[in-house]
Unconditional design. Structure first.
Length: 193
C-alpha cells in the first residue's frame, strides 16, 4: 500500500508528481528564506538540483512522494511531499512543504493540506498523519495549528542542519477519528461544498 498517484486536484490547486523537468520552475520561485529551517539549503540552481535528486531518489525507494503545487493558471508555486510512508502502521507524514513568497498567506497551503489529508485518510486509509517543523519556525507552526493538527511534543536536538545548528523539532498529528471534524473546519474555511 504505497503511494501511487500522479495528481491530486483541489478547487484552486493541483498537486502533480514532481518530475526532473520541474527544476527550472522550482528554482525560479525559490528564495533563501524558504530554506532557513530545513536540513538542506538552496542558494544556487545546483542546490535545487541536489534537493530534487534527493527527493526523487527517496520516491524510488518508496519513502517519499514529492509533488509540485500548481495554481489555477498552471504555474508552479511550490512543492510538498508525502513522506515517512509506513503502510504496515497506516502512518504517513506531510512535509517538505514550501511555497513561493507571493502565495504566502493565501489559501494555497490550506487547500494543499486539505487535498493531501483527504487522500491520506479517505483513499490511503491512514490511521495517523503527522507533520513537523523546526521549533524556531513559528510561521509554519501557526499554519499547522490552523488546519487543526495537535501538537504532540518536541524532539530535542533532533537533527543537525547544514549550517551546524542542532534543530529541535515540533511534532503534530491528526488521527483518523479527528479527520471528520477537521475536514468540516477546512471545508468551511476554504468555502468548499
Amino acid at each position: 500500500m504505497g503511494v501511487n498517484i500522479s495528481e491530486l486536484r483541489g478547487q484552486t490547486v493541483m498537486l502533480r508528481t514532481m518530475q526532473p523537468t520541474d527544476l527550472d520552475a522550482l528554482y525560479a520561485i525559490s528564495t533563501e528564506e524558504i530554506w532557513q529551517y530545513t536540513p538542506m539549503r538552496v542558494k544556487h540552481k545546483e542546490d535545487m538540483k541536489c534537493w530534487m535528486e534527493y527527493v526523487l531518489n527517496e520516491q524510488k525507494k518508496g519513502m517519499q512522494h514529492p509533488f509540485v503545487i500548481l495554481d489555477t493558471h498552471n504555474n508552479i508555486v511550490g512543492s510538498t511531499s508525502l513522506l515517512d510512508i509506513q503502510p504496515a502502521h497506516r502512518k504517513i507524514e506531510i512535509g517538505w512543504t514550501w511555497l513561493a513568497r507571493d502565495v504566502w498567506k493565501t489559501r494555497i497551503n490550506s487547500e494543499c493540506k486539505y487535498v493531501l489529508l483527504s487522500y491520506c485518510f479517505e483513499l490511503w486509509e491512514a490511521a495517523r498523519v503527522q507533520l513537523k517543523t523546526d521549533t524556531r519556525n513559528k510561521r509554519s507552526q501557526r499554519a499547522i495549528e490552523r488546519i487543526g493538527a495537535k501538537q504532540e511534543g518536541t524532539l530535542r536536538q533532533d537533527r543537525i542542519l547544514c549550517d551546524g545548528h542542532i534543530r529541535d523539532t515540533v511534532y503534530y498529528s491528526i488521527l483518523r477519528e479527528e479527520w471528520p471534524s477537521i475536514k468540516r473546519h477546512l471545508k468551511m474555511s476554504l468555502g468548499l461544498k
